[in-house]
Write a protein that binds this ligand. Structure first.
Ligand code: ATP
Ligand code: MG
Length: 303
């Protein structure tokens, strides 16, 4: 298969449009879709090509001012969210792109419904919004640590036996609303293996320039590895849809994860039929008049 075709096929290979039968164990974090391990070097040029395409499409997205694009990144620690965002978006004009990282909520945020803080950050038309973590934490970390749910001060009647199912429904409804209003959504789960996470944590401990990335809580959360995997599986099952699909990105090889993410974004933008706005007759006349006026103006003489 030609390399461009292969790249295009990466955009759909890991996409979950319907989660009913989704099982995380069917997805190998080390998969490279037949690209050889030593392809890593060449993959840089391929990613650059994809990034250039993305940059062109973003220019049109911004000019057309119809669609928005929301990209959600979720993952276990050290799966490479930050690096992927940095590399994949490197050719994008910062003017039309905003990145938001969602950490533990503040007291003010906890006083509102859990979609409040993220709703305020949804991308405007013409823009790409990136969520580094998102409202999905509400059915992941919050589900695993009951004290986090308690800190949300919900009336007891709202904490039903079905609260997580209800959250899946409300999140799906929120996403459907966003899509119906012109915001396309792609959700990436960077699927790293337990062994690879350990290797990356050890590198953060051993290499002084990586020490700052290490946090003791990361190792604490690692103890809940299996529970997190279950919660991710459950979440992907209940919140995958054609309009807001999850992409289960094999993340043990960073170069490959970046290729997958980039191709998905290019395909999402490509599907919007983006074009620069057509210039109306009246506008064309206005442009011609402005040109005539500029040409007629005498140039400033040199002293
Ligand atoms: P990195 O470690 O790569 O810098 P990160 O996204 O892990 O990035 P941290 O500051 O380490 O950032 O962690 C943020 C923490 O905030 C995560 O443990 C996450 O689970 C937690 N968090 C995010 N959203 C919520 C939420 N709604 N409720 C509770 N905890 C949350
Ligand atoms: Mg972290």
């Amino acid at each position: 298969m030609k390399i461009e075709k292969k790249l295009q096929s990466l955009a759909t290979r890991y996409r979950i449009d319907n989660g009913r039968k989704f099982r995380l164990r069917d997805f190998n974090p080390g998969d490279t879709a037949g690209f050889a391990e030593d392809f890593k070097e060449e993959s840089g040029a391929l990613l650059q090509g994809s990034t250039a395409q993305l940059s062109e499409l973003q220019d049109k997205l911004y000019a057309q001012y119809r669609w928005g694009l929301l990209l959600i990144f979720q993952a276990m620690d050290a799966a490479g969210k930050d690096g992927t965002i940095k590399h994949v978006m490197s050719g994008v004009n910062p003017q039309g792109c905003q990145v938001f990282s969602f950490k533990s909520p503040s007291a003010e945020e906890l006083g509102h419904g859990y979609l409040w803080r993220t709703s305020k950050c949804m991308p405007a038309r013409g823009n790409i919004g990136i969520f580094n973590r998102s409202y999905y934490e509400e059915v992941l970390v919050v589900r695993l640590h009951p004290e986090l749910l308690e800190s949300q001060h919900l009336p007891p009647a709202c904490v039903t036996g079905d609260i997580w199912k209800e959250r899946y429904q409300d999140i799906s409804a929120f996403e459907r609303y966003a899509v119906r209003n012109g915001t396309a959504i792609r959700k990436f789960f960077l699927n790293v293996s337990r062994d690879e996470q350990k290797r990356r944590f050890l590198a953060r401990l051993d290499q002084p320039e990586k020490n700052w990335k290490f946090s003791a809580t990361d190792v604490r959360e690692r103890r809940f590895w299996d529970e997190y995997q279950h919660r991710y599986e459950d979440t992907i099952r209940h919140t995958s849809s054609k309009h807001a699909p999850w992409i289960v990105v094999p993340a043990d090889n960073k170069w490959f994860a970046r290729l997958v993410v980039s191709s998905v974004i290019v395909q999402a933008l490509d599907g919007m039929n983006l074009a620069y706005p057509e210039v109306s007759d009246a506008k064309r006349k206005e442009l011609a008049a402005a040109k005539r006026e500029l040409i007629a103006q005498p140039s400033k003489k040199k002293a």
